[in-house]
Design a protein. Sequence first.
Length: 296
Amino acid sequence: MTAVFNEGLAAHLAGGLTTVCHAWAITRRDGKEFAFTDHDRPLRFAGLEFRADTGLSALALAQSTGLSVDNTEALGALSDASLREDEIEQGRFDGAEVRAWVVNWADTDQHWLSFRGTIGELTRSDGAFRAELRGLTEALNRPLGRVYQKPCTAVLGDGACRFNLGREGYFRTLDVAQVEKRRTFRWTGLLGFDPDWFTRGRFEVLSGPATGLWQTIKADRIEGETRVIELWEPMKGAVETGTQVRLVAGCDKRQESCRLKFNNFVNFQGFPDLPGEDWSVAVPRSSGANTGGSRR
């Protein structure tokens, strides 16, 4: 739906001599909001206070009709008080909602929402960042449809899988005992789970500077009396001894695991009996029986 242009702002623009500027608001997935303006003083409207000391600016907005994606870029300086480089590195701004206004700074009641979308690719260097802003029609460019394959296509615990990850025995909340390079974690006595129980599962951080971050577990093994959890990549935030974390069981997408480990085969989203490539390219042979019966 097209936003109705503010009548007061339209009259102001028609007057020739204008006092307009731009303002942006970023809402992260964790609910934290940031508001900026390219005016030299802070502005207040739409229930937000827009900061003026961030050095944020934007390139021209390319808009089009139909389902083409509106896009632009935002440029700005990184500072501890607003956008921090470590939070960008941690992915906390990935997919954040962005709103942009044209506003009369002499009368902030005269404002118009000119853009609404999400943050796409975000890069940083030399104390500054560049963010690609993608319009609402970007979501329509994603391919949709069912993939036919032998392994399960669902993500453990999602709407298709429907498995309750809060069930006893499928997660463990505990404090970090030993950590190496934010990637390898060790606990003594954590032997109540089979080896590889957490492989392909999630390692979630519940306290400290990295709260809310998670990584996929690469390996879960037992070395004597010690359980070792290794991640595919180091955590992008500080995880130290005493940090509270949550280990979630992993799924290898096989029907045997779905049936025996999770007792959830009724929701299995794969096709284990799908013929393989050898069957698909097979041709009749004079040396074999061509009765049309089973090939097994």
